[in-house]
Design a protein around this ligand. Structure first.
Ligand code: ZN
Length: 329
């Protein structure tokens, strides 16, 4: 079962989250494999996407926010795009676009950062927006502060959190064909939002990046977690092995209906809007060539079929609504 476990270190400005996605992750892979036009992911792409899914779930669990956390990698290699969308209720979907071949043992750079032009975008898209409100978006290159290519997804997001939130973060991520999992440890700012146990009074320097001894000790422990352990051990065992000398308080795990689960928000109406955005001329061109328009959702594999009458009716109705016309297929 897919689950999110949150915990805090009693009296210390440090908190942690473990996510473990099993059925949810297998569902994402199953849908991809059954889409015959694209087929299953090459293994390194699968594992990268799994790590991104785990990371986006951790990041959504780490903020108080009502809306979608969207993590995107825009690659300059064979992986053109990897995207994960996690809603505040942990319903999620993910996909990657691969064009060309990916070596069986390909590392991150040959997949998404061949010429150093790869980018990662993190978007917070609120569920309810006031008029004109844009989603918040942060973009970072796949290059670290020393100008080196980032080799792992966890490094990328640690770097992002440090830059955008000014918070020390340690991430351990891993994925295979059955599990996508991650551990996040983060130093909390002592001013303002305190650790829930609330007893820490910081000394000079304690509240600065890299200087909190408690965080540094816990981060070293967290980093000792091996990928294989993260994939195979249950959460109780992981937390006990890493932090048996620390005092932690755990919260009720989020699983089942309140935990991570696959859900796709695609609809015929959205596909209709996409066709409208092509413009009448291009739509007529496609209809002339193929007779109809077939669109498969990249996330869930659902096929949307618009024949010539459906497609042209989109342009005929005054507000471009898709509800007018020949109805759902
Ligand atoms: Zn879909």
């Amino acid at each position: 079962m897919s689950e999110v476990h949150k915990f805090i270190f009693n009296g210390l400005p440090v908190r942690g989250i473990v996510v473990r996605l099993t059925d949810t992750w297998v569902e994402i892979l199953r849908r991809r494999a059954s889409n015959t036009s694209v087929g299953a992911y090459p293994v390194p792409v699968r594992d990268m996407l799994g790590e991104l899914v785990a990371a986006a779930t951790l990041m959504q669990a780490n903020i108080k926010f009502d809306g979608a956390m969207v993590l995107q990698v825009f690659g300059d290699g064979p992986v053109k795009l990897a995207v994960v969308e996690v809603q505040s209720d942990f319903s999620l979907r993910a996909t990657a676009t691969v064009i060309g071949t990916v070596d069986d043992k390909a590392a991150l750079s040959p997949m998404v950062n061949v010429s150093g032009a790869g980018r990662c975008a993190i978007t917070l898209d609120p569920k309810t927006k006031f008029p004109g409100q844009q989603p918040y978006q942060g973009v970072v290159p796949l290059i670290d502060s020393k100008g080196q290519q980032i080799k792992q997804i966890n490094e990328l997001l640690e770097h992002y959190m440090l830059q955008s939130e000014q918070l020390d973060t340690t991430l351990v991520l891993a994925a295979n064909e059955e599990v996508a999992a991650g551990l996040l440890i983060q130093r909390l700012p002592m001013q303002g939002s305190a650790n829930l146990s609330g007893s820490t009074v910081g000394q000079d320097g304690d509240d600065q990046i890299g200087l909190n001894e408690d965080y540094n000790r816990i981060a070293v422990l967290a980093s000792s977690l091996k990928r294989n352990e993260l994939l195979t051990l249950d959460v109780d065992t992981i937390l006990h092995r890493l932090f048996w000398e620390e005092h932690i308080t755990r919260f009720e795990p989020l699983r089942g209906a309140s935990g991570p689960r696959f859900s796709c928000s695609c609809s015929r109406e959205r596909v209709g809007r996409m066709i409208l955005s092509l413009g009448l001329e291009e739509t007529q061109g496609i209809l002339h060539e193929r007779g109809n328009i077939e669109v498969a959702c990249e996330f869930c594999g659902l096929q949307y079929h618009f024949d010539a009458i459906d497609a042209l009716q989109l342009f005929a109705s005054p507000e471009g609504g898709v509800s007018a016309g020949s109805g759902p297929h």
